[in-house]
Every structure is written in C-alpha cells, then in structure tokens.
Design a protein around this ligand. Sequence first.
Ligand code: 1WB
Ligand code: MN
Length: 335
Amino acid sequence: MRLIGTEEACSVPDVAAGLRNVARTGWHNLDLKLVNRIYNGPANNPDPLLPQLLDIDAGRLKVMDENGVDMHLLSLTAPGVQMFDADTANALVRDANDIMAETCRKHPKRFSMLASFAPQDPKRAVKEMERAVKELNCNGFMVNSHTNNEYLDQKKYWPILEAAEALNRAIYIHPRAPSEGMMAPFDDYNIETAVWGYGMEVGTHAVRLMLGGVFDHFPKLKIVIGHMGEAVPFWLWRLDFMGAPGSWANRPNKRLPSEYFHDNFAITTSGVEDTLALQYCIDKIGADHIMWAIDYPYQPTAPAADWIRNAKIDPAHKELIAHGNAERIFHIPPA
Ligand code: 1WB
Ligand code: MN
C-alpha cells in the first residue's frame, strides 16, 4: 500500500537563521518559546529537531525507507514566514519554495510540496502562489494559521483565497500558537503548542472561515486541516445548531457549517493515531475527505506507519486515506 505523508515539516537554512534572529528580539509572542528552543539553542548543542527539519534528502529518505513511507508532502514548518516583516517574509518564502521544488525535482517519486506564501502582503502573496503553481509545480499551499493575530476570513486576505481557488490548489492551515487575544490561559500552562493550543487555534480559524461566509464567495476553495480535523468533526452537530444561517451567531454564512465542511474541507490524521477517532471521522465526513500524515519530525514515523497499516478499518477506505485522496486533492500522480 502506497503511503503518502501529507503534513511533513521541513525548514531551510535562511528561514532557520531568520527565526533565530526573531527569537533574540524578546518579542512577547506565544510561538517564541518553541522558536527559541529549536532555532536559538547553543551552536554546540542544537535541538535535535533542527537537523531533521533541514534534511530534505538522504537522512529523511532513510527514515522513510526504513518505514515503508513512499512520499512526504513537504511543507515549511510552523510558524513559517509569518513572524517576519513583509519584505523579509517575501524574500524567505521564495527561497524556501525554490529549495523544496529542487528536492521534488530531484526525487519526484519521494517528495511533493506545499508552497508557502507571506500573507503579510496579500498582493505579493498571490504573485508567489502563481509562481509556485506555474513555475515550481507545487501541489498546494501551506499557511500557519493567524498572521499578526489576523485570520484569513478578513477581507484583505480574500485575494489569497481567490487565487487558491483559481489555481485549483488547496490551502493547508497548519497550527501555530494561539493569537494574542487568547494567549493567557495557554501561556501559564505551556499548552500553546501541539498538546492543546494548536488545535484550538486552527479549529477557531476553520470556524471563522465557515461562519464568515468565505465559501459562499469561493465555493470551490479547498481547505485542509490536520490533527484529525482539530476536533471540528466532533463539533459539527452543535456548529450546525448554533451556527445555522439566521441562528444565534448571526454570521453571514448562507449554508450550514457542516455543508461547508463537507464541500470545502479535508482533514489529515497527523499526530492522532487513534482508530476510534478515525472511524468516527470516516462515518461523519466520509473516507474520501481524510488523508494520512505523520507530522514528521515532531512525531515518530514507525508508530504512525504501523498504525495505518494495521488499523481495523475498511480496506478500500484505507487505500483512500493512505494515498488515494492525497493523489486527488494534491495532484500527485498515481504510482
Ligand atoms: C506540530 C508539533 C508542529 C510541534 C510543530 O511545528 C511543532 C504539529 C512547529 O503538531 O503539527 C511540536 O513541537 O510538537
Ligand atoms: Mn505539523
């Protein structure tokens, strides 16, 4: 069974150096704890994640080979370029996309890529998105949730959504730590990252897109979220009850949240190796909307690969989740 991991993180030297500089500003931002640990460690004792993030060749291929993983859909790791000023972010994003594209060209059967863009300047973001599809042949886009505490439902970002729809490429919304307005109860418990805060952040982003009426304007726009749907599938019944058109929330959405979720979203399993949760998602949103992912290098490859191979689910569903849906949604040629 072909295995395509769809949320596999990487970095490039200039972005890592840029994050090291950001870590040294003393800016009070919830992502800085993680950025400090990974990018600003002592030179003689770097965080072990850093070399794994930077290796998009032999070392990574070895781990993939040892575990029967056919392909990584690469993406620039969180917080991407979203903590830099617009000019720095734009220069870095081109560099990162070029480097990812180079490794995809070198190993076309092993790597595919989600291109990044810098939402700080939507006009230039659209240019980079167009370049990434037309010149780099990217498979989709990656964005790390909020940018300067703003979400993509805000009108100034709609050109980005419009471009993704026109280019027929999905936007993967990966987590970063919750935005400033909801920092405090995550900060003191150190739960701003994958343990809890990431899911709250992206779940909120997804709800804002649905209730903001974004998909009424961009009906073909595809959004992908990880971590078994960041709890949104579990919440759909209540979202419909409380977030239906004309209901309490009184948002401009024309359809039910679950209708948007079905038509405009797909999820990945990244970091959630829980067969019961997977079966629930299959029953709730359909096996054709779910893709397998490891969350390399933040989670180990062996248990993620063993889990999907041995999961007691319908074998036809398993083929879709392991590779079929990724091939369709991310334009990856079948093996
Ligand atoms: C994730 C986890 C992503 C971690 C990360 O990017 C870090 C994830 C900075 O769950 O997608 C982490 O540190 O556990
Ligand atoms: Mn991840």
